[in-house]
Design a protein around this ligand. Structure first.
Ligand code: HAM
Length: 436
């Protein structure tokens, strides 16, 4: 038997997390850069925080599934329970609560944290993902939802996804609560069970779903199942009793759809089955879906959560926000061929004819770097032809070779490896040529 020190270690990463080789990192950076650019355009400022949080932060409002089944939680050396953040919302709420008196509201913040959830790894779902979080704190009116959904829509457009390719589905927790608690008279606990069952509607067959509902609500199932099967907002409202037709939650949905329409965002649909898994949402909730059946997972999820700051003993701060994952958007961009080809960040390779030319090449490289040109020196000692071939394989666009003549004259033959074009240049005009 081999002892531990002889065992070969696996080169695979931990299950459900990713290594980012340079090609992947370039794509990831592109994805982040679009997120950041759009968030900034809407006036959102970037913030950050640690991946470690005291576990109790998630017990109050995140929801049982996340806390009991999906968190990475451990005891630190001082016996404190610590959790790797599974989402950013409790953290940002904590940060706002902590500085509440100094902040100028409305606060518009964004961040792109990595989050950890112990999920079964599958397409669109991993154990570590990065998630753009965009939240606006301190706005009570529906204008906050209008703005936040506009940010979401603008991000999709900035990636080049067409409005006809994705859908923004919205619902309102106020309507859900009105139906389950006021109209059906269910306790908060039973209503919670129904909401969880509805959340699973798409994952089970029609019959199984019907049975799940009947098991929880008994003979009231028909009313609920009929409402849930409504084809659109009009039909849904039609099936509500008179006072329900004018319910706050319905009015908000209609106002929101109209306001977004005026801003040119018309791919918004009412979805009475959209629940969202977190306990902290209090009003409008929304998710963004790609309409291509290959990408069945939501791209964005968010909504209004007016009460979360109360867990820190603070007064309510009306808040709306969303999270958008890097995994699902990458799947979508790949599906539609929307990932731009990456430019090589190295601009020039200086090949060296002999070892005696390396010092000169290094000095030349330093001078060019001082002028912001990205340069590498090939000091491998290999034949110049091989050095050039290797530069070409790496996708480096330009080379110069340094030998006795170049050292003597200070003139170089700059070769464009893509076109084969050659030009005699001096050290001075090398920079300006390479920067163009
Ligand atoms: P969420 O729906 O859990 O919401 O996540 C938002 C998005 O993050 C999802 O639509 C998906 O794109 C991505 N995502 C979530 N879990 C995973 C995973 N395991 N692997 C890959 N991607 C994933 C929240 O987290 C809320 N805290 C968002 C929010 C911010 N609400 C208000 N402000």
């Amino acid at each position: 038997m081999k002892n531990d020190s002889e065992k070969k270690l696996s080169t695979e990463s931990y299950k459900g997390v990713r290594d980012f080789y340079p090609e992947d990192m370039a794509i990831q950076n592109y994805i982040f850069s679009v997120m950041g650019k759009v968030a900034k355009k809407f006036g959102y400022q970037e913030y950050g925080a640690s991946v470690l949080e005291p576990s109790e932060l998630y017990h109050a409002k995140s929801g049982e599934e996340i806390v009991n089944e999906q968190t990475y939680t451990f005891l630190d050396r001082g016996d404190r329970s610590v959790t790797l953040r599974p989402e950013m919302t409790p953290t940002v709420a904590r940060m706002v609560a902590n500085k509440r008196r100094e902040l100028i509201f409305p606060v518009r913040w964004y961040s792109i944290p990595n989050l950890f959830r112990y999920e079964k790894p599958q397409r669109g779902r991993l154990r570590e993902h990065w998630q753009l979080n965009v939240d606006i704190f301190g706005v009570e009116s529906i204008q906050a939802e209008v703005e936040i959904i506009s940010v979401a829509s603008e991000i999709m457009r900035a990636y080049g996804v067409k409005d006809s390719q994705f859908e923004i589905r919205i619902n309102n927790r106020k309507i859900v609560n009105y139906i389950l608690e006021t109209l059906m008279g269910l306790s908060t606990e039973t209503a919670g069970k129904v909401a969880k069952a509805i959340d699973r509607k798409e994952k089970v067959s029609h019959e199984v779903f019907g049975k799940m509902i009947t098991d929880i609500v008994g003979e009231k199932d028909n009313f609920l199942l009929t409402l849930l099967s409504s084809k659109n907002l009009e039909e849904f409202v039609e099936r509500l009793p008179e006072d329900g037709k004018l319910h706050d939650g319905i009015v908000e949905i209609k106002t929101l759809i109209q306001a977004l329409e005026k801003l040119g965002i018309s791919n918004v649909v009412f979805d009475q089955t959209l629940m969202r898994g977190f306990d902290y949402y209090t009003g409008i909730v929304f998710e963004v879906f790609d309409l291509n059946p290959d990408n069945r997972r939501s791209l964005f999820g968010g909504g209004r959560y007016d009460d979360l700051l109360q867990i820190f003993g603070e007064e309510k701060v009306p808040t709306v926000g969303f999270g958008m994952g890097d995994v699902t958007i990458r799947d979508v961009l790949e599906t539609y061929g929307l990932i731009p080809s990456q430019k090589n960040s190295i601009c020039l390779c200086i090949c060296t004819v002999g070892n005696e030319h390396i010092d000169y090449a290094q000095e030349l490289a330093q001078k060019l770097r001082a002028k912001e040109v990205s340069v590498i020196v090939d000091y491998s000692g290999k034949k110049v032809g091989d050095q050039i071939k290797r530069a070409d394989k790496r996708g480096i666009p330009f080379i110069v070779c340094v030998g006795d003549d170049e050292v003597k004259t200070g003139e170089f033959k700059l070769k464009n490896l893509k076109t084969g074009e050659e030009k005699i240049v001096t050290e001075e005009n090398l920079t300006s040529l390479l920067k163009n």
